[in-house]
Design a protein around this ligand. Structure first.
Ligand code: ATP
Ligand code: MG
Length: 399
């Protein structure tokens, strides 16, 4: 009985001619995420299932393998499992042993068998019946096919049969890197990290830019951005983060008379700078955490005014999400606890008492003529500080 982890491919199985390319990326990402796990790992793919095992250690560090595999975009289901020889007798024995580790079981059990290798001597239902009878006889557990307390999944593959008791949810989506690259505008709030996770989940490799209010604000928001990117590094290797002090440019906009349009003018400057950065990083889109109508700066009119200044498409994965949904997702992906820390958000600097909900194009044009956005963007990027908060080469999130 060899410990291993079964990974069920998600949407890549729907790919036609490109499927090989997607699966190669999936495999590369999985390998990267398992780097430094402490034992050599073997990764085998057959059809829509990948099996991770450790050739040297029959007792592979399954908990750690599972933890990491669950963060790899592109796998729908992750199952800690055991692999045994493809013989009905051996399979029945292994099922009994596995369930014995689980006892006492609070209820009945069910066996669900599936045959991916049709050369196995028994049909799926025959195998399930055999295994079920053996478990019942040896452990005295009642069979319950409708609401079992525990389900034994028996999956017959070529060369091995896999048994598992747990079906854990993976991240789903597409492998990071399949859809190209993007630059995420990351604030310290709840929304933009969730937006980044969604972008990664659709196959975009993300790098990050965070604007601080320096010199008018302290370093807290930059620390938060760093911590957020490090957390998001669980889902994608090697994210970069540029931290850009925006305070002086914000002040110029205010002095030039931005008034109620201060926030939209700042956003336009942010996307211009991010667009320039994207060019250098080979990215083809920007990502923000905007959700339509959530706050005054996120009305359709204001979002359109931001788009107008953006040199690249602005993707807004959370456009249709409610705040509650965003918060729940932030908790699930691990960014909520960081986003809730206090900081000084640069957007609140020079915040007008009333934020315009409709952009005034003429006003914005006039303002920008006074402030020379091209030069400002060059200066902003020159003052930016690059950091690499992602995983270190052991594959773990860096300390
Ligand atoms: P978040 O929770 O992401 O801060 P929010 O609901 O607070 O979003 P806004 O503050 O209006 O909304 O920001 C909208 C989007 O603009 C953010 O999701 C983010 O993509 C971008 N953004 C805002 N502030 C910054 C910043 N300081 N640095 C980089 N991007 C920012
Ligand atoms: Mg915010």
């Amino acid at each position: 009985m060899r410990r291993c982890v079964l990974l069920k491919h998600g949407e890549v199985v729907l790919k036609g001619r490109n499927r090989d390319r997607f699966e190669a990326q999936l495999r590369r990402n999985l390998r990267a995420s398992l780097r430094g796990v402490g034992t050599p790992v073997r990764i085998e793919t057959a059809g829509s299932v990948t099996v991770v095992s450790s050739p040297r250690a029959p007792e592979a560090p399954v908990t750690e393998l599972v933890r990491r595999a669950r963060d790899v975009m592109g796998f729908d289901v992750v199952q800690p499992a055991v692999a045994v020889a493809p013989s009905p007798e051996v399979v029945a024995r292994a099922a009994v042993d596995l369930l014995r580790e689980r006892t006492p079981v609070a209820g009945g059990f069910a066996v669900r068998a599936r045959r991916r290798d049709k050369s196995f001597p028994l049909r799926s239902d025959e195998l399930a019946t055999l295994v079920g009878a053996r478990v019942h006889d040896e452990l005295g557990l009642p069979v319950d096919l409708t609401t079992p307390a525990v389900e034994v999944a028996v999956e017959v593959d070529r060369g091995a049969v896999h048994l598992s008791l747990d079906r854990l949810r993976g991240q789903g989506g597409l492998p990071v890197g399949c859809s190209g690259r993007a630059v995420v505008l990351l604030s310290g709030g709840y929304d933009s990290p969730v937006a980044a996770h969604r972008a990664m989940r659709r196959g975009l490799h993300c790098d990050f830019v965070h604007f601080t209010g320096a010199p008018y604000t302290g370093p807290a928001s930059a620390y938060k951005a760093y911590a957020l990117v490090r957390e998001l590094g669980r889902y994608q290797p090697g994210p970069r983060l540029l931290i850009v002090p925006l305070g002086a440019a914000q002040r110029s906009l205010a002095t030039a008379g931005a008034g109620r349009w201060q926030i939209v003018a700042q956003r336009r400057l942010m996307v211009r700078a991010a667009g320039e950065l994207a060019r250098g990083w080979g990215a083809a889109a920007l990502v923000t955490g905007d959700s339509l109508g959530q706050v005054a700066s996120q009305t359709l009119s204001n979002l359109a005014a931001v788009d107008e200044a953006a040199p690249l498409p602005v993707l807004r994965p959370l456009l249709g999400w409610d705040k509650k949904e965003i918060m729940a997702e932030a908790a699930r992906i691990g960014t909520e606890v960081i986003s809730q820390l206090p900081d000084e958000d640069c957007c609140r600097l020079f915040m007008p008492p009333r934020v315009a909900t409709r952009s005034d194009a003429a006003r914005l044009a006039l303002l920008e003529r006074r402030c020379d956005p091209d030069r400002t963007v060059r200066e902003l990027l020159a003052r930016g500080r690059m950091v690499y908060p992602g995983r270190d080469d052991t594959g773990r999130a860096a300390a």
